[in-house]
Design a protein around this ligand. Structure first.
Ligand code: SDX
Length: 378
């Protein structure tokens, strides 16, 4: 075995062999199982895309109907999970509530039968079906309300928006939300997927796999950036303030949220689609003044950092879309998780198929043979 140099952040080091998705960061191309996301965003649904990612092929009509049916009838959460969530502090972050709830599901489904395809399917269905219910339930309960029961007559995305806002969503908003889920469902070896695969490689249960990935997604360098983008736009407040804000960040060497990517050196193709979706919502439901600020930010950041390959990433425009749907800012990352759970599960399944526990090495640069100094002499 050759000894490799240390690469901080494991940049450029393959952590798995995978056929789930592919990014061409120079050309700005993202494919799920070989299909371009632009095509899936236009023609598919979130559940169909989830099926494609997890089982490798687009489903037949019968396969899709069976999957949709199973997900629809597993949306309810156990009253004990609801009761547990009621005890969460309302000031807690919804990502922490989601991580705790996803882990708690494992208490109820503790049988671990990882080589049984029926077990894999049940776990996939249960997690995809219940995560939106848990996100919506926490939102209502922290306001002091009872959670709303899922509606079997609504499709996946419409039902989530219904559970969240306690009213049936506008069809355009529901359709656009479904496209957002398609855009967020999978993205090669990102930090949370890596986390999911490391956890999966120990042969633990899928609830622990998802809980660890949710914890990883929440950070501001990863999925948590979508929330910070809106906070940043609010702080900037006007188009005139954009340039001084960017200059100040660059002077302090602070990261500008929603920009830059380890793989993309051009604008993230998901950001391009999300921008179009935001415009469709503005046309129907009214303009958002933060969009002007966002456009100016994109211009200024491109002018200053474009030569370094720093452009908007997936988190830059998604918040503007969610805001227009009435989704609170601190739910943006849980919404990302609702989508990404299917990607994590695709990687869980792939990891199990050719598993070897992750156990990398380190370059030790500490002391050797150090003396133990008695406490009174320290
Ligand atoms: C997601 O990996 C995935 O696929 C993730 C994701 C997915 O779908 O799973 O796409 C989702 O996590 C999107 C990223 C969300 N995060 C942010 O928007 C936070 C802001 N972005 C940056 O912190 C950063 O760009 C990262 C975290 C996204 C990538 O970090 P890297 O690859 O480790 O890059 P780096 O921090 O080492 O930066 C390289 C250079 C540096 O300049 P130099 O020191 O070489 O001169 O680029 C500069 C950085 O200062 N840079 C930025 C910047 N991003 C990079 N400068 C200002 N603002 C930024 N946002």
């Amino acid at each position: 075995m050759t000894v490799c140099e240390f690469r901080p952040g494991l940049e450029g080091i393959p952590a798995a062999q995978s056929s789930i998705s592919h990014v061409d960061g120079q050309k700005g191309i993202l494919e799920y199982r070989g299909i371009r996301i632009e095509e899936l965003a236009e023609k598919s649904t979130f559940l169909e895309t989830a099926y494609l990612l997890i089982w490798g092929e687009l489903p037949t009509k019968e396969e899709l109907e069976a999957f949709e049916h199973e997900v629809r009838f597993h949306r309810r959460i156990k009253y004990r999970i609801r009761d547990m969530m009621k005890c969460f502090p309302e000031s807690g972050h919804p990502m922490d509530a989601l991580q705790a709830s996803a882990a708690a599901l494992g208490l109820f489904y503790s049988l671990r039968d990882l080589h049984n395809p029926a077990y894999i399917r049940d776990s996939v269905v249960r997690l995809i079906a219940t995560i939106p219910t848990m996100v919506a339930a926490f939102q209502l309960m922290r306001k002091g309300n009872d959670p709303v029961k899922p509606r079997d007559d609504l499709d996946y995305s419409a039902n989530f928006l219904y559970m969240l806002n306690e009213k049936e969503p506008d069809p355009l908003a529901a359709k656009i939300f479904d496209i957002c889920l398609i855009l967020h469902v999978e993205h090669t070896m990102n930090a949370s997927t890596f986390s999911a695969r490391v956890t999966a490689s120990t042969l633990t249960d899928p609830y622990a796999v998802v809980a660890s990935a949710v914890g990883t997604l929440g950070g501001p360098l990863h999925g948590g950036a979508n929330e910070e983008v809106i906070q940043m736009l609010e702080e900037i407040g006007s188009v005139e303030n954009v340039r001084p804000y960017v200059d100040n960040c660059l002077e302090r060497k602070a990261k500008i949220m929603g920009f830059g990517h380890r793989v993309y050196k051009v604008k993230d193709p998901r950001a391009t689609i999300l921008q179009t979706l935001a415009e469709q919502l503005f046309e129907k439901f009214g303009y958002d003044k933060y969009y002007e600020i966002a456009l100016e930010m994109e211009r200024v950041v491109e002018e200053k950092l474009g030569s370094k390959g720093i452009y908007p990433n997936v988190d830059f425009y998604s918040g503007l879309v969610y805001r227009k749907m009435g989704i609170p800012t601190d739910l943006f990352t849980p919404v990302f998780a609702i989508a990404r759970v299917a990607g994590w599960l695709a990687h869980w399944k792939e990891q199990l198929a050719e598993n070897r526990i992750f156990r990398p090495t380190q370059i030790y640069d500490g002391r050797h043979e150090a003396p133990y100094i008695p406490i009174e002499q320290r």
